[in-house]
Design a protein around this ligand. Sequence first.
Ligand SMILES: C[S@@+](CC[C@H](N)C(=O)[O-])C[C@H]1O[C@@H](n2cnc3c(N)ncnc32)[C@H](O)[C@@H]1O
Length: 253
Amino acid sequence: MIHKYPNSFARFYDTIYHQVRDSTDHEFFLQEIRNTKGKILEVGVGTGRMFSDALNLGADIYGLDISDSMIEVLKNKIPEDQHYRISLQNIVDFSFDFKFDLIIAPFRVIMHLLEKDEQIRALNNVYNHLNKNGQFIFDAFIPDLNQIINGLNNKLDFEGEYEPGKIIKRFASTTPSLIDQTITVNFHLEWQEDDGLKQDDWALPMRFFFRFELEHLVERSSFDNYRIIGDYKGNELNKESKDFIVICRKTTE
Ligand SMILES: C[S@@+](CC[C@H](N)C(=O)[O-])C[C@H]1O[C@@H](n2cnc3c(N)ncnc32)[C@H](O)[C@@H]1O
């Protein structure tokens, strides 16, 4: 089952996430991109929060996503002669007739896959699109049990200008399911337009992982070499860690 991002969320994505996420993960992924000489793929490329900078650096990077709303925003940010790099595809069954040296899935893309069979198909599909010694890097948040169980109740988690003098506010509520191992985030957006206040609601279920499940998952896949680090500075997992960053390597042809 896929959950496409709606137009409203895509429209305000950059305003919100350049502010709340870039300082955490942007430099890490850009550095991995700079270190790669060959082709790169970002799965779940979204609005190109990383991708457009990578392209400006001269990276030979491609991007795919299931949300046409997000891809439209990205296409408007890059030159038309580069649009061939972007496609509407699913991580589970995407296809290219060439392979990559680096594939990245930044910012919880993998958590959008709710079922075990989708997760394993995604990992194996990525594996099949890597060259020998190619890397796949993805991340997932480390579940904070207090936060998952207590949840958020219509919390204002972002307020800022999306255009001079025009404010977007985002409220979030969460509903956990410990049996499905999901947290569903209900977003409520409110923004000002010339003709008045607009609003939209959207629910996004995300599948959370504990460390050893992630390890079992990767070990069930075709990848035979991986490590999990605990932040975007390269530190090992520790009690302060907020994210699992999983670095998988394809060691054979
Ligand atoms: C949180 S956004 C991250 C976007 C971008 N990577 C970033 O770092 O800003 C997650 C993206 O994954 C995409 N996505 C979700 N499920 C997907 C799937 N099965 N295949 C490809 N993309 C998917 C969503 O449409 C969304 O654009």
